[in-house]
Design a protein around this ligand. Sequence first.
Ligand SMILES: Cc1ncc(COP(=O)(O)O)c(C=O)c1O
Length: 393
Amino acid sequence: MTYNINDKGYYGEFGGAYIPEMLYPNVEELRQNYLKVMAEPEFQEEFNALLKDYVGRPSPLYFAKRLSEKYNTKIYLKREDLNHTGAHKINNTIGQILMAKRLNKSRIIAETGAGQHGVATATVCALMGLECIVYMGEVDIARQAPNVARMKMLGAKVVPALSGSRTLKDATNEAIRDWINNPVDTHYIIGSVVGPHPYPDMVARFQAIVSEEIQWQLKEKEGTTKPDYVVACVGGGSNAAGVFYHFLEDTEVKLIAVEAAGKGVHSGESAATSILGKEGIIHGSKTLLMQTPDGQITEPYSISAGLDYPGVGPMHAHLCKSGRAEFIAITDDDAMTAGLDLCKMEGIIPAIETSHALAIFEHKKFQPDDIVVVSLSGRGDKDLDTYVKHFNL
Ligand SMILES: Cc1ncc(COP(=O)(O)O)c(C=O)c1O
């Protein structure tokens, strides 16, 4: 069995491109070109130069000494929070803006939940001098206000999505609608490993730099390229895809995906797709999807805007169904506690999304000589208000 994509755009039974006819030319243009463009030496050169000098890669692989002592195991944090704009999202937007330029697009659209992808998209549009429109749910605009201000500073237009739960799913719907109406000059920079093929694969390849670095960084620190465990939170799944990518086929490396249980998996307010989801189609991809018995999408909930999505990327649906990755759901309260713990123990304020991944140490026991690499997907500046209110600080 392979855990990577096949030549039809599927991970096992998940993936594909289930799109309206109006969207077909855009998606097909991308499908025919993405691998060719990515293989060009000039593309690789420009991508790697920007990752190094603009994003600040490689991001450190930091041995968290006090956290490791507390949980009696070896914990390394892959510091994507130290990237320019404060999260892993910029790896993908750098790649996609270069792709858009190669395809002669002048207008960029994006969806965002936590605002990190919106900020990363606005940033690369400013860098390249391209028009930028970001769709964002009205609820997320309120809870991630600092990122809305950043996008505006960077010259992007932020358009509120007013339908449904007014969160990430609804922002994605608006972005797709825009793309249908502007098929020629516009590139849609999707922010996670979701959407129709080739997006999940293209985004995973742009994020794969993260596990490529982990291999040589771990070799330097521990004398091995292989951690025992790799852990990441999953919204759509792009930071997880990045840290998993080079370990997908090596089953000695165990993969742990952490989802948002919200107020409890069965509380009716959750985003635990792997447990609650059934096969369905969302945003052009066949995947696991939270839905009612008659196939209506269930409104998701999480305290973290970036995990508040009723589906998951098709790679992760396959990793879940095949048993290759272990899926663990973490509640709002447990995530917030783990986030505050990292602040107090390591002097790092994580994004609330990331705090879900950090909470696994209270839920799963590791051996003293296990090497556990956790994706520190983003920094918590955008979430200060939520932390302060939650803990009455
Ligand atoms: C810091 C951070 N981590 C994780 C995520 C979840 O997205 P993904 O699953 O695509 O990594 C987000 C999404 O906005 C984010 O901002």
